[in-house]
Design a protein around this ligand. Structure first.
Ligand code: GRF
Length: 204
């Protein structure tokens, strides 16, 4: 069977992208990154993609009058590379309905907290400042509301007494880099089904 083609959307450092590329190259993830799209020219993830011979596309929101036109450009980049599954990995924009409608139940996101707690751009800091004893990582399908789609996988991370926000951040990223490729592999195996709000995962 052909390997699942991923289109990864980023805005920044791209360490999750790197984990996905590494898993793909190691053969533990039965998928290939077909294209990386960034809305930031300086995103380090673009260089990571190039380093692995993966097409890397920068699309500037300001080059388009309307969000709709920008979203169409993103959609075109994904479709031009035959993408099956859209993977948001630190993409700091709400994904346009143009893309969501073209990929129904085929857009995933990772969030550095246990949703629905601490949604938004600062999940790690917000959880730390709140003083929770347990936080974690969530992989979920994306919809038109930030951090709100059906949950595919979650893993808890305990906040230790001596944790700082930086040490917590490091723990969260370590889990992310394992959990995201794992969740993508479940999708690649065809075991993930959206049933209303719930995601059903077929046993092996
Ligand atoms: C990750 O913490 C992810 O959960 C959040 O944005 C961050 C992206 O980091 N959505 P990176 O660009 O993958 O290093």
């Amino acid at each position: 069977m052909a390997r699942l083609k991923l289109g990864v959307l980023i805005s920044g450092s791209g360490t999750n992208l790197q984990a996905i590329i590494d898993a793909s190259e190691a053969g533990t993830l039965d998928a290939v990154v077909a294209v990386v799209v960034s809305n930031k020219a300086e995103a380090r993830g673009l260089q990571r993609a190039e380093h692995h011979g993966i097409p890397a596309v920068y699309i500037d929101r300001l080059a388009y009058d309307k969000p709709k036109d920008y979203n169409h450009a993103v959609l075109e980049a994904l479709q031009d590379h035959g993408v099956d599954l859209v993977v948001m990995a630190g993409y700091m924009r709400l994904l346009g309905s143009e893309v969501l409608e073209a990929f129904p139940d085929r857009v995933v996101n990772i969030h550095p907290a246990l949703l629905p707690s601490f949604a938004g751009a600062n999940g790690i800091h917000d959880a730390f400042d709140y003083g929770v004893k347990v936080t974690g990582v969530t992989v979920h399908f994306a919809n038109e509301v930030f951090d709100a789609g059906p949950i595919i996988a979650q893993e808890p991370v305990v906040v230790a007494e001596d944790d700082t926000v930086e040490s917590l951040e490091a723990k969260i990223h370590e889990v992310e880099h394992r959990l995201y490729p794992h969740a993508l592999q479940l999708i690649a195996e065809g075991r993930v089904h959206v049933v209303g709000r719930r995601v059903r995962i077929d046993p092996r």
